[in-house]
Design a protein around this ligand. Structure first.
Ligand SMILES: [Mg+2]
Length: 361
C-alpha cells in the first residue's frame, strides 16, 4: 500500500461561548481536516490544530508544512509510522500540529485496514473514559453559575482556568465550590500565568476548597520553578505547555518537576509519540492526562481512543463536545452522556464525514 495524496481542508470550529484563559480569548478555532489517500482506495482522516501560543503554528504555516510533507511522503507505506515520523522530522523540526493531522489520519487508516477500532489497536484497556469540562475565565459569579449548569448536565469533574489575578482566582474557586457542593472534583489550570511565589500562595490558599491538581502555573521554560513549586504544595502538579515530546517528559522526570504530564496530540505530533510519553511516564511511576487544544471532533475522537486504550492515562480533558457547536458534516466516533465518553466499535476513528459538504466550505 502506498500514500498517493494528502489533502487539507480548513474548517471553523465555533464555540458555544467565548473561551478565555490566562493566555488568550477567542470565539472560534480554525482547524484543518487532513485526508491521507492510498493506491488501494482506503483513506484516513486526521485533524491539525495549529496553536500559535503553544506550538508556534498558524493555519497558514500548517498548510504550507502539510503540502511539503505530502511531497516527502508520496509513495511511502502508510502503515510504517516509525519511518513516516522519521521522514517528517528530518524534513522539518517542530510543527507538531501539522504532523499530528497526518499521524491521526494514518492511525485511522490503520484501523480501517485491520477492520478494528483504534482503541483496540492501541492497547484496548477500555472503551470508556470520563472527561472533565473546562470553565474559562470570567467574573467569579458567572463561573460559579456556569459550573452549576455543567453539574446539572451530569459533569462530575471541573477544570477551572485561572492565572490572571491571584486574589480574584481564589474568589473564583471559592464561589465555584460553594455552588457545586463537596462531591464534585475541581482541578485548576493557570496556563503559565503566575510566578513561583504567586503560584505557591494561591495553590496553598485553595487547599480548603479541596482542589485536586494544578496545571502549569509558571512559564513553559521554567522547569526549575516547576520543581520548586512541587516541593511547596500538597496537590498534584501537572506539566502541560512544558512537555511536548518524550524528550521533554524525560527532563521533568529526571528533575522531579511534576506529578503528572498532560499529553495533547497537537503537542506530541500525534499518537505515535504520545505512546512514547505515556510509556516513559509509566516506567517512572507518573500517570498521564490526555488533554486537548480547542480541537474539533476528529482530533477529540483520536484523543478519546488514545486515552481509553492506555492504562497509564488516568485523567481526561476532552470537552470539545461540551464547548463547541456541532460540526454538522461530521458524525460518529463516540457518544457522550454527562462526562462519560464511549467509543464506537467501527474501524479506525469510527467517524463519518460528509465530503460533499466539506468541499463546498
Ligand atoms: Mg493546560
Amino acid at each position: 500500500m502506498k500514500i498517493t495524496g494528502i489533502t487539507a481542508q480548513v474548517v471553523q470550529v465555533e464555540f458555544n461561548s467565548p473561551f478565555v484563559t490566562a493566555a488568550l480569548s477567542r470565539t472560534h478555532q480554525s482547524t484543518i481536516i487532513v485526508k491521507v489517500q492510498t493506491d488501494e482506495g482506503v483513506f484516513g482522516i486526521g485533524e491539525s490544530v495549529p496553536t500559535r501560543h503553544v506550538t508556534g503554528e498558524t493555519i497558514e504555516s500548517a498548510l504550507v508544512v502539510l503540502k511539503e510533507l505530502e511531497q516527502k511522503l508520496l509513495g511511502q507505506n502508510p502503515l510504517c509510522l516509525e519511518k513516516i515520523h522519521m521522514i517528517m522530522d528530518q524534513h522539518i523540526v517542530g510543527n507538531f500540529g501539522a504532523k499530528a493531522g497526518i499521524d491521526i489520519a494514518l492511525y485511522d487508516l490503520q484501523g480501517k485496514v485491520m477492520n478494528k477500532p483504534l482503541y483496540q489497536l492501541l492497547g484496548g484497556y477500555s472503551d470508556t473514559i470520563e472527561t472533565d469540562v473546562t470553565l474559562s475565565i470570567d467574573e467569579p459569579k458567572k463561573m460559579a453559575q456556569s459550573a452549576l449548569e455543567f453539574v446539572q448536565q451530569g459533569l462530575k469533574i471541573l477544570k477551572v482556568k485561572i492565572g490572571v489575578h491571584p486574589i480574584q482566582d481564589i474568589e473564583r474557586i471559592r464561589m465555584i465550590r460553594e455552588a457545586v457542593g463537596d462531591t464534585i472534583k475541581i482541578k485548576i489550570d493557570a496556563n503559565q500565568g503566575y510566578n513561583a511565589a504567586e503560584a505557591i500562595t494561591v495553590i496553598n490558599s485553595l487547599q480548603k476548597y479541596d482542589v485536586l491538581s494544578v496545571e502549569q502555573p509558571v512559564p513553559h521554560w521554567d522547569i526549575h520553578n516547576m520543581a520548586y513549586i512541587r516541593k511547596n504544595i500538597s496537590i498534584k502538579l501537572i506539566a502541560d505547555e512544558s512537555v511536548h515530546s518524550h524528550h521533554d517528559a524525560m527532563k521533568f522526570i529526571q528533575q522531579d518537576a511534576c506529578d503528572m504530564i498532560n499529553i495533547k496530540l497537537m503537542k506530541s505530533a500525534g499518537i505515535f509519540k504520545a505512546e512514547k510519553i505515556t510509556a516513559l511516564c509509566e516506567a517512572a511511576g507518573i500517570p498521564c492526562m490526555l488533554g486537548c487544544m480547542a480541537e474539533g471532533h476528529v482530533a477529540s475522537t483520536a484523543g478519546a481512543h488514545f486515552a481509553a486504550a492506555k492504562r497509564n492515562v488516568l485523567d481526561v480533558d476532552l470537552d470539545g463536545s461540551l464547548l463547541n457547536k456541532p460540526q454538522t458534516y461530521l458524525s460518529g466516533g463516540y457518544t457522550r452522556k454527562g462526562g462519560m465518553i464511549t467509543l464506537t466499535d467501527k474501524p479506525g476513528l469510527g467517524l463519518e464525514l460528509d465530503f460533499d459538504y466539506l468541499n463546498e466550505l
